[in-house]
Design a protein around this ligand. Structure first.
Ligand SMILES: Cc1cc2nc3c(=O)[nH]c(=O)nc-3n(C[C@H](O)[C@H](O)[C@H](O)COP(=O)(O)OP(=O)(O)OC[C@H]3O[C@@H](n4cnc5c(N)ncnc54)[C@H](O)[C@@H]3O)c2cc1C
Length: 441
């Protein structure tokens, strides 16, 4: 448990998604009071959340640090290798192996992760009010909430055009094993992920830790128009529509799509960075998707939310008086916006790589990967001497707690001392003024 803040305050968190719940856990750990307001009831949430989620090491590291390693490992699978194949033909291009435990992704069930964060937040003493929709917020009072429109002035997601569709579904293991072609997936080690690279299309599949199921993620450029704005993570979509959107794809993918559960579908949008995360009164801040929306299905989506929570709580662990709140909220944005912008850029590049349009560039990439495999190397060419390795180390090696501690040591304490010096000077001047008044009297 981290040290408690000298001044404990009450946080109202709007939204019990990954960001909200992680925030509740992290803030409780440093002694603040937290009430989470979530629009969906517990029952709705459990009906809506399904599909798999991947957690990169920068997120699992934070959760482990919060003492959740054992529980997380029980509901997830640690990825040690990725098999790369061509979407349209199923041609095997090569394998990428993670060399160190620290650089491995964790794949699990979204509902499990959500339920697990929910239970942890409650156990840590947060209050979660499910079925409570927040309709408006005001920063002009002692309320701290997390609402994008009140700060940014518009719904940024609505305004952005749809680039592609992301489908998230699961396929029962028993049905897959009954089909000889799909049964081959089970001959691979359980830690293997599969990725298909295609012409404007891509797919990822991985085993889900706690269930005998495969998670299936797919990105497609919509055949006709995109979905209407009421597309949703909550599923209820037509499986046939998903199969139609798959286009030309290898037979195993098509079979998996036919056996899949009702999918969730979300529009993939590229959002420009949001300038202000803190409201003018310095009482509200946005975090997670609301502050830095990543393309749907991004590996780092949940991770950025968890990192945000860790940084915010670490900064608020130094709270001694109310006057610091504005500084701390701005420090949070300062600390997080470059990191999130760089992750957003990486995720956009990854998505472009995964679904590169057919043409000379795509062919060149595929040839390079085939050549690396032929030479016995890793398909992505990430060796310890490579530039990508450095990028990965930076991306996955990020330590949210260290970043916040560094900021506090470098700037927070400096500001505190400068403020204290000002107060001391003011006090000295007042004493001098009083003395001179007395002398005159
Ligand atoms: C229903 C749902 C299912 C998802 N399923 C998956 C999945 O299977 N796999 C995956 O990789 N990612 C999924 N995501 C996305 C993933 O949660 C986010 O990309 C990422 O984890 C960041 O989370 P977040 O908490 O910042 O945002 P979100 O996950 O969007 O959470 C925001 C929360 O705020 C609540 N909320 C919004 N407005 C109000 C309001 N006015 N009053 C009260 N509450 C409000 C929402 O109900 C939601 O629970 C899902 C998101 C949602 C909302």
């Amino acid at each position: 448990m981290s040290g408690n803040a000298e001044l404990a305050i009450k946080f109202l968190v709007v939204g019990g998604g990954i960001a909200g719940l992680a925030c509740a856990i992290a803030l409780r750990r440093v002694g603040h009071h937290v009430v989470v307001l979530e629009q969906y009831s517990d029952i709705d949430i459990s009906k809506m959340l399904h599909g798999g989620i991947r957690l990169p090491p920068n997120a699992s590291k934070v959760l482990f640090h919060w003492g959740l390693e054992r529980a997380l490992r029980q509901v997830s699978v640690t990825s040690s290798a990725i098999n790369v194949e061509i979407y349209e033909t199923g041609e095997f291009i090569g394998t990428h192996r993670w060399e160190e435990e620290v650089l491995r992704e964790t794949g699990g069930d979204f509902l499990f992760l959500h339920a697990f964060l929910y239970d942890t937040a409650i156990a840590a003493g947060a209050e979660v009010r499910a079925g409570t929709t927040v309709v408006s917020v005001s920063g002009d009072g002692p309320r701290v909430t997390v609402v994008q429109e009140a700060i940014v002035g518009k719904d940024v997601l609505d305004a952005a055009p749809c680039q592609s569709l992301f489908y998230n579904t699961t396929v029962p293991g028993a049905l897959m094993r009954a089909d000889p072609q799909l049964a081959s997936f089970f001959k691979q080690p359980v830690e293997t992920m599969f990725i298909w690279l295609g012409n404007n299309r891509s797919a990822v599949a991985f085993r889900m830790g706690a269930k005998d199921e495969f998670a299936l993620h797919m990105w497609v450029r919509p055949m006709q128009k995109g979905l209407s704005d009421d597309d949703c993570w909550g599923g209820g979509l037509d499986l046939k529509e998903m199969q139609r959107q798959l286009g030309e794809c290898e037979p195993r993918l098509l079979k998996m799509a036919k056996l899949a559960a009702t999918p969730a579908c979300v529009q993939v949008k590229m959002i420009l960075p949001i300038e202000d995360w803190v409201d003018e009164h310095g009482r509200m801040v946005i975090i997670g998707e609301a502050a830095h929306p990543l393309p749907a299905g991004s590996l780092q989506g949940g991770a950025m939310a968890v990192e945000d929570a860790a940084v915010l709580a670490k900064l608020f662990s130094h709270l001694r008086n109310q006057d610091q709140i504005l500084t701390v909220l701005h420090a949070f944005q300062d600390l997080r916006e470059d990191r999130c912008a760089s992750v957003m850029h990486t995720e956009q590049c990854n998505l472009h790589f995964q679904m590169m349009p057919a043409g000379p560039q795509q062919e060149r990439c595929n040839q390079e990967m085939r050549a690396r495999t032929a030479q016995g190397g890793s398909v992505f060419g990430v060796s310890e001497a490579s530039e990508q390795w450095e990028q990965l180390k930076e991306l996955w090696g990020y330590d949210a707690d260290d970043e916040a501690d560094d900021w506090w040591a470098k700037w927070g304490l400096l500001r505190e001392r400068a403020k204290q010096r000002l107060l001391d000077m003011e006090a000295e001047m007042n004493t001098a003024r009083l003395r001179s008044l007395r002398v005159r009297a």
